[in-house]
Design a binder for this molecule. Structure first.
Ligand code: M6R
Length: 653
């Protein structure tokens, strides 16, 4: 929920504070109600700090007022308050009584009250209402008892309960220590310089080689030397992971907001998500050989010959390779149920993926909110397959729910955007990366559409592995492949309609309520469209299945209630058109997003988008809803990239 950044080293043109401030800018999406930096002043030989409530700009302004700093070590924090109001005092860093130790913390210390009482009795003076401050005093306490800084940090870590990623700065040794138990911490060492942050986004500016700390690990950096141990003090040798993110993707690149840039990036990111994973071979000699091989291989595994033949006919030529996925045919055919776990937009993506899986594989799928699942009495068997979907890979509700399933030995896989995030460690059956690159806007856009795409790939993979046949012959591989390849261009066409969507937004931005309605696979997209509008424009919006309108929401419809329909040229279109007529009959204003020219009189606005296969349609229908929400928010002048009260990565329950 909060973001932390630390630096130790020597740069010619920048002080440690500059590096940390810059890093906090990349992490600002994680929380933005207050921030602070502690640094070691080389001239005065002591720790100094500034902390400010409000946005990061308040902190940068404070630093810009002081003379150039001579400092090699600094730690910083951007806060999303849990314990204690977002005031200057409660902002991090927190300092011990001696002023020699500074800490920043992401997470929650569950036993802070007991620790605080104990430390107060020993004479420690607390100055904030936070749970985090105990960490600084506890380290100080161990140092006063004769322990080294590293030992003090290690013993402190063993005493803390809850979830914590901590950076501690020690004035005496001028070293920093990084501790992970729960929230993420990533390190990057370049020469004598060490960078450490809550995620990889601030680090890729310096290097693509990073080290992910695991739970119960401590990294200590002193004089250009990095040592990593467990909480028990055992030395750990870490591997370096190469990240294929490009630093320029985390910049606005001429767009007014990150969200706008991320919306416009989608055709390229969709292509990244499927281009190296899907192949279609047709009519070549090689292909014939491949097919024969497939046939022999599968026949050996005991497939029924008739099913096998129709399967080959239906799927010949489409090859799905999902690197890192360890789901076997046995896992799939023996699995009583497939359960998707997610929150927010990722939950809505899961709902759309449920339709894809059911249509493509003929499997029934259950979708659960992470926050609800862990407190339900959900029957879990070790043969169940759980799929966690999370952009950040750090959502506490999602990860805790997966932990519950994992404890019952269920099979876990995940779809995530962030390499090395916590969800990847939980996924014993592998990870499908969305390859969306850094998403900075708090409202999810490209992460959502790439999740949909990866869900489709998973459905194709499961079908290919299992041979399950739902009997939809129109879903032939050539058609799927052709439509996949055309998807980025079709998205571009929708993005070219930006001005039209802006004009439509001008008509509606003063409305106080919206209804978003869709059926079938477009119902989750109605939910996502309504969420986008709520999040960034603060306008109340409800997503509903169109067929449910008559069971309640229709009571809300009058001339002040714009109703946005998602309409597709399929067997449900006449039913949705009847719902549109019902709204019109009650004076409601109708906006329709449709992939054909519907014959309806009196539509207030029609947003005509290109047609694609139904299983791919969520990806296209999402884009005009993103643009619509974006323009409404821009007209209202809200803080689009950092909407009030939200954080991108919700690492607390
Ligand atoms: O990182 P995750 O995908 O797990 O995040 C889940 C939700 O917090 C997230 O989708 C949230 O709803 C976004 N603000 C949506 O725009």
């Amino acid at each position: 929920m909060c973001g932390i950044m630390g630096f130790s080293g020597n740069l010619k043109n920048e002080s440690s504070v500059g590096v940390v401030l810059n890093g906090l800018k990349s992490l600002e999406y994680r929380g933005y109600d207050s921030s602070g930096i502690a640094y070691y002043d080389n001239d005065d030989r002591l720790i100094k700090y500034i902390k400010k409530s409000g946005k990061l700009i308040n902190l940068s302004n404070e630093f810009s007022c002081i003379a150039p700093l001579n400092s090699d070590v600094a730690i910083g924090h951007i806060r999303w308050a849990t314990h204690g109001k977002p005031t200057d005092e409660n902002a991090h860093p927190h300092i011990d009584c001696s002023g020699n130790i500074a800490i920043v913390h992401n997470g929650i210390i569950e036993n802070y009250a007991a620790l605080k009482n104990k430390l107060i009795k020993k004479g420690h003076r607390f100055t904030t209402e936070t749970d985090s401050e105990v960490i600084a005093h506890l380290i100080e306490d161990y140092i006063s008892a004769g322990k080294s800084f590293y030992e003090a940090v290690r013993l402190t870590s063993c005493e803390l309960l809850g979830a914590f990623a901590v950076l501690a700065l020690d004035a005496a040794s001028r070293s920093i220590a990084a501790v992970k138990f729960g929230p993420p911490l990533v390190l990057a060492q370049k020469g004598d310089n060490l960078y450490v942050a809550s995620d990889i986004s601030p680090l890729i500016e310096y290097t693509n080689d990073v080290i992910f700390l695991k739970n119960s690990e401590i990294a200590c950096f002193y004089d250009g030397k990095l040592d990593i141990t467990t909480f028990k003090g055992k030395k750990v040798n870490k591997t370096i992971t190469k990240i294929d993110w490009d630093a320029s993707r985390a910049a606005k690149s001429g767009f007014s907001h990150f969200m706008q840039k991320e919306i416009f990036e989608q055709p390229a990111r969709i292509l990244d998500a499927f281009s190296s994973r899907v192949m279609f071979n047709e009519g070549t000699k090689d292909n014939v050989i491949n097919l024969n091989k497939i046939k022999i291989k599968r026949a050996k595994k005991g497939f029924n010959e008739n099913t096998q033949n129709s399967f080959n006919e239906a799927f010949a030529g489409l090859d799905i390779s999902l690197e890192g996925l360890k789901l076997t045919k046995n896992d799939i055919v023996n699995s009583p149920k497939i359960v998707f776990i997610a929150c927010g937009s990722s939950y809505y993506a899961s709902l759309a993926i449920k339709y894809m899986m059911e249509t493509i594989c003929g499997l029934s799928v259950i979708v659960e909110y992470g926050s609800e699942f862990r407190y339900e009495n959900f029957p879990i068997s070790q043969n169940d397959i759980f799929v966690g979907i999370s952009q950040s890979g750090e959502t506490a509700d999602t990860n805790s729910a997966l932990e519950v399933a994992k404890a019952k030995r269920a099979k876990i896989l995940s779809i995530t955007n962030v390499p090395g995030s916590q969800i990847t460690g939980l996924s014993n059956k592998g990870v499908i990366y969305t390859h969306a690159g850094p998403e900075v806007g708090v409202a999810s856009t490209k992460a959502f559409t790439t999740q949909l795409l990866c869900g489709l790939l998973l459905a194709l993979y499961v079908r290919e592995k299992s041979g399950f046949m739902p009997g939809y012959q129109w879903l032939n591989p050539r058609n799927i492949f052709k439509n996949l390849v055309e998807l980025p261009k079709k998205m571009e066409k929708i993005l070219f309609m930006d001005e039209t969507l802006k004009d439509i937004a001008k008509k509606y931005y003063k409305s106080s309520n919206f209804l978003y309605l869709g059926r079938g696979i477009l119902y989750p997209i109605a939910l996502e469209g309504a969420l986008k509008l709520k999040e960034i424009s603060y306008i109340h919006a409800e997503g509903y299945p169109a067929g449910e309108m008559k069971h309640g929401p229709i009571a809300l419809v009058d001339e002040n209630m714009p109703v946005l329909f998602l309409l597709s040229n399929n067997m449900l279109s006449t039913k949705t058109i009847s719902n549109i007529e019902e709204v019109k009959a009650r004076g409601g204003r109708v906006i329709a997003v449709a992939d054909y020219e519907p014959e309806i009189d009196g539509l207030s606005d029609l947003i005509r988008i290109p047609e694609t296969l139904e299983v791919l349609s969520p990806v296209l229908y999402t884009v005009p809803l993103q643009l619509f929400a974006y323009h409404i928010a821009a007209l209202k002048g809200t803080d689009i990239d950092q909407p009030r009260n939200l954080a991108k990565s919700v690492t607390v329950e």
